[in-house]
Design a protein around this ligand. Structure first.
Ligand SMILES: NC(=O)C1=CN([C@@H]2O[C@H](COP(=O)(O)OP(=O)(O)OC[C@H]3O[C@@H](n4cnc5c(N)ncnc54)[C@H](O)[C@@H]3O)[C@@H](O)[C@H]2O)C=CC1
Ligand SMILES: O=C([O-])CC(=O)C(=O)O
Length: 337
């Protein structure tokens, strides 16, 4: 049993935590009118850490903002039209970017490069000018290339801080937990899987051997679940049959990652999740962006964790990942150079 003094101490500690976790952050969504942008804006409106929500798109953001702004949570929502990007970015601490075209059946994520590279570069250039200290969460595909594009654009402007740039790979982590839960009958909250590498096909490397549930999966079942995690995006593209790619699960994943970052920025300790960041882990092989578990804190990236022990199968998956990832990163950098 707690003594009265201990109970009082706990209460004041939890008050202190809730005040550090209270609404204090202005967040922008660039691409807020889209399939991801709309539900993501809704979920961010519900996040207790968000004090203001700035919704921008080249079309439709004021309407989405008017709609979301009626929800009875504490944050203030403002929509911005195509010619109001600078106003949308003013004073933002966290910027989430789901702007750009999605896949249709038969396309790879890399097929989106020609359209999305310039969209992301131009948004990054505006961020460099108006809100260079913001934390930037890149959802737009191909993530393996768009994150280096943002990094190079910020670097050109002299404002790149690797602690504040994140490729959102959370959907791979969400899928891995769900798919593993499905085959092991575990609650997905218990069947969490670290996913490393990048965000497309063979560059997605799930580390099932590090999960108590995952390490029990072997043989054909192992091959199948790895393939499903790597190509989960294709399942949705195929089922939507020309109407786009994952939007609702991605909005959930984007809000989940944003919440983790906001908790870290608010001073919560021990917030660790995979994300695609500038990373030293495979730099000796010319790969300077990589997703692995990252501790998020008051400055953004606090600590990049090593990948940990890998099974023989995972070593093979990683060997297949690295050359593809390297090409994708180089393509992004070359675009800005
Ligand atoms: N990282 C990940 O795990 C995932 C990434 N994606 C990617 O997210 C992106 C968006 O997907 P959806 O929302 O389904 O597409 P969408 O076409 O429904 O929405 C994209 C939005 O971006 C807007 N947009 C285009 N150019 C813009 C600009 N310069 N500034 C601001 N907004 C602009 C469009 O007007 C549109 O509203 C795609 O590239 C897709 O591949 C999708 C799912 C998962
Ligand atoms: O598959 C796509 O094009 C969208 C995406 O990145 C995903 O669902 O993982």
């Amino acid at each position: 049993m707690f003594s009265r003094t201990a109970a009082r101490a706990l209460t004041s500690q939890s008050r202190a935590f809730s005040s550090s976790a209270a609404r204090h952050t202005k967040v922008a969504v660039l691409g807020a009118g889209g399939g991801i942008g709309q539900p993501l804006s809704l979920l961010l409106k519900l996040d207790p850490h968000v004090s203001a929500l700035s919704l921008y798109d080249i079309r439709g953001a004021p309407g989405v903002a008017a709609d979301v702004s009626h929800i009875d949570s504490g944050s203030k929502v403002t929509g911005y039209a195509a010619d109001q990007l600078d106003q949308a970015l003013e004073g933002t601490k966290v910027i989430v970017i789901p702007a750009g075209v999605p896949r249709k059946p038969g396309m790879t994520r890399d097929d989106l490069f020609n359209t999305n590279a310039s969209i992301v570069r131009d948004l990054a250039a505006a961020i460099a000018r108006v809100s260079p200290e913001a934390h930037i969460l890149v959802i737009s595909n191909p993530v393996n290339s768009t994150v280096p594009i943002v990094a190079e654009t910020l670097a050109k402007a002299g404002v790149f801080d690797p602690r504040r740039l994140f490729g959102v790979t959370t959907l791979d982590v969400v899928r891995a937990a769900r798919f593993l839960g499905e085959i092991t009958n575990a609650d997905p909250k218990e069947s969490v899987v670290t996913v490393i590498g990048g965000h497309s096909g063979a560059t997605i490397v799930p580390l099932l051997s590090q999960s108590p549930f995952g390490k029990a999966v072997t043989g054909e079942a192992y091959e199948k679940i790895v393939h499903r995690i790597q190509f989960g995006g294709d399942e949705v593209v195929k089922a939507k049959d020309g109407a786009g790619s994952a939007t609702l699960s991605m909005a959930y994943a984007g809000a989940k990652f944003a919440n983790a970052l906001l908790r870290g920025l608010g001073g919560e300790k021990g917030v660790v999740t995979p994300t695609f960041v500038k990373s030293p882990l495979y730099e000796d092989q010319g790969i300077d962006f990589f997703s692995s578990n990252v501790e998020l804190g008051v400055n953004g990236v606090e600590k990049i964790h090593p990948v940990g022990p890998l099974s023989a199968e995972e070593e093979k998956l990683l060997a297949a990942c690295l050359p593809d990832l390297k090409k994708n990163i180089e393509k992004g950098k070359a675009f800005v150079a």
